[in-house]
Write a protein that binds this ligand. Sequence first.
Ligand code: E4P
Length: 217
Amino acid sequence: MQLFADTADTKVLADLMDTGLIDGVTTNPTIIAKSGRNMFEVIKEICDLVPGPISAEVVSNDAKNMILEGEKLAKIATNVVVKVPLTVEGLKATKELSAQGLMTNVTLCFSVSQAMLAAKAGATFVSPFIGRLDDHGADGMGLIHDIRHLYDMHEFDTEILAASVRNSKHVADAALAGADCATLPPSVFMELFKHPLTDKGLDAFMKDWASTGQSIL
Ligand code: E4P
């Protein structure tokens, strides 16, 4: 299970990288806008910081310009993944970019049939949005289960990248449902480390250790 950071905040990202547990990064136009930075500069900085896949999203509506944007974004670094929306034009662009040997991430996936089309277009990753489906009264995690089933049954290579993750349960459930990766807001990543019994147990161990008067170092 690969864990990606869903952020363009390079300071936060540097801290997350120190854990040694971050495998890649995803961004979208909203995340870039929130960073207040030039997209090319911030993606380059992220690619220098993180050796894994870094998703950078195209913003055109037609395949021709999506391809041109994707080719330009892919020139930033070899680990750039061109992120493309799940539309007819987006999948035409995905097919062409994949044929060129570029990595692609088909985003805004909300159904099994959409995930099937993304895989047929040769996407490296497909991003089903768990949280937004749940907000919509649908079953986000059920979609991850169903896509896993479909991809295994038809031997599609596209990796399932669970997105729109809102809490640590989403991450655990996505891993158990067979997602290949999940992209997490930094706060959710830090939540993964926590359990009240870990804090309680460590507190008791430290008190008992202090009572021995010993030191290890
Ligand atoms: C990542 O690829 C997605 O763009 C992101 O996870 C969307 O998350 P949100 O629904 O919290 O905006």
